[in-house]
Design a protein around this ligand. Structure first.
Ligand code: AMP
Length: 249
C-alpha cells in the first residue's frame, strides 16, 4: 500500500502577518516559512501507518517555488520515503493544486492521499475535496482518527454535536484535523539521512495542467484595530458606562 501526502509551504504560524503596503497581499519577503501545521499531522499519520506495517511506501508532494524543497526535506526527515516537487512561482489556487495532485496520483497510484484540512495561509479548505471530486474517489474530511481495515479506511470526524464514523473504500482522500496525532520532531540523524533521499522535480507544463488564476484579489487589509479595554471599579460603574458611554442598554 502506498500513501501520498500533500505538504504546503506557508508562513510559519508563529509569525505576525504583515499586509503589503499596496494591499495586494501579505508580506512574505524575509518571513519564516514552514510546513502547514495540518500537513505535519498528515505526514505523521503516514509515517505511523508505515511503522504499523500496513504501508510499504510514503511519498510527500509539494507545489510552489523552489524553496518548497525545504518543506519536503522536513517531511523526509520526519520519516517519509521520498518527495516530489512541482515547481512554480505563480500564485496557485486550490483547483490548480488539485488538478496537479490528480496528475501525480495518476503517475504514483497511491491507495490513500493524506492532506491537511486547510492551509493556514489561504484558509481555503478546498483542495482535498476538489481532488477527491476530480479523481472520483471517496473522501473523509476533518479526520481526527484513522484506521486501515483491509481495503477500507475507517475515519472519525468531529462534527457539530458529536463524532461521525465513516468507512471509505480505498483509494481515498483524507484531510486531517488537529486532534489526529502530535507530529514528531525530526532528529538530527534523520535530518542527515533525509539529505540522501530522492526528490523528483516536475513543472506544471509536464503535467499538462492550466494553472491560470481564476480569482482576482481586490484588496487585502488588516483587521480593524480594537480600542484598548478599561477596568471598571464595580457593577454600578459598568452599568453607567454601558448606558451612558456605549449606549447599549
Ligand atoms: P487549502 O484547500 O488551500 O486550505 O489546502 C488544504 C490542503 O491541501 C493543505 O493542507 C495541503 O495538504 C494541500 N495543499 C494545498 N496547497 C498545496 C500546495 N501548494 N502544495 C502541496 N499541498 C497543498
Amino acid at each position: 500500500m502506498k500513501v501520498l501526502v500533500a505538504v504546503k509551504r506557508v508562513i510559519d504560524y508563529n509569525v505576525k502577518i504583515r499586509v503589503k503596503s499596496d494591499n495586494s497581499g501579505v508580506e512574505t519577503t524575509n518571513v519564516k516559512m514552514s510546513m502547514n501545521p495540518f500537513d505535519e499531522i498528515a505526514v505523521e499519520e503516514a509515517i505511523r501507518l508505515k511503522e504499523a506495517g500496513g504501508v510499504d511506501e510514503t511519498v510527500a508532494v509539494s507545489i510552489g517555488p523552489a524553496r518548497c524543497e525545504e518543506t519536503i526535506r522536513t517531511a523526509l526527515a520526519m520519516g517519509v520515503d521520498r518527495g516530489i516537487r512541482i515547481e512554480t512561482d505563480a500564485g496557485i489556487e486550490p483547483l490548480a493544486v488539485a488538478k496537479m495532485l490528480k496528475e501525480v496520483v495518476g503517475k504514483e497510484a497511491p491507495d490513500l492521499v493524506l492532506m491537511g484540512k486547510q492551509a493556514i495561509d489561504d484558509d481555503c479548505n478546498q483542495t482535498g475535496q476538489m481532488l477527491a471530486a476530480l479523481l472520483g474517489w471517496a473522501q473523509g474530511c476533518f479526520v481526527s482518527k484513522l484506521d486501515i481495515e483491509g481495503d477500507r479506511v475507517k475515519v472519525t470526524r468531529e462534527v457539530d454535536g458529536g463524532l461521525e464514523t465513516d468507512v471509505l473504500k480505498m483509494p481515498a482522500v483524507v484531510t486531517v484535523d488537529l486532534r489526529l496525532n502530535v507530529p514528531r520532531y525530526a532528529t538530527l540523524p534523520n535530518i542527515m539521512k533525509a539529505k540522501k533521499k530522492t526528490i523528483e522535480t516536475m513543472w506544471p507544463e509536464d503535467l499538462g495542467v492550466d494553472i491560470a488564476s481564476r480569482l482576482t484579489i481586490r484588496s487585502v487589509t488588516e483587521p480593524p484595530r480594537r480600542d484598548a479595554g478599561s477596568i471598571v471599579g464595580g457593577v454600578s460603574e459598568l452599568v453607567d458606562k454601558l448606558r451612558n458611554e456605549a449606549k447599549v442598554i
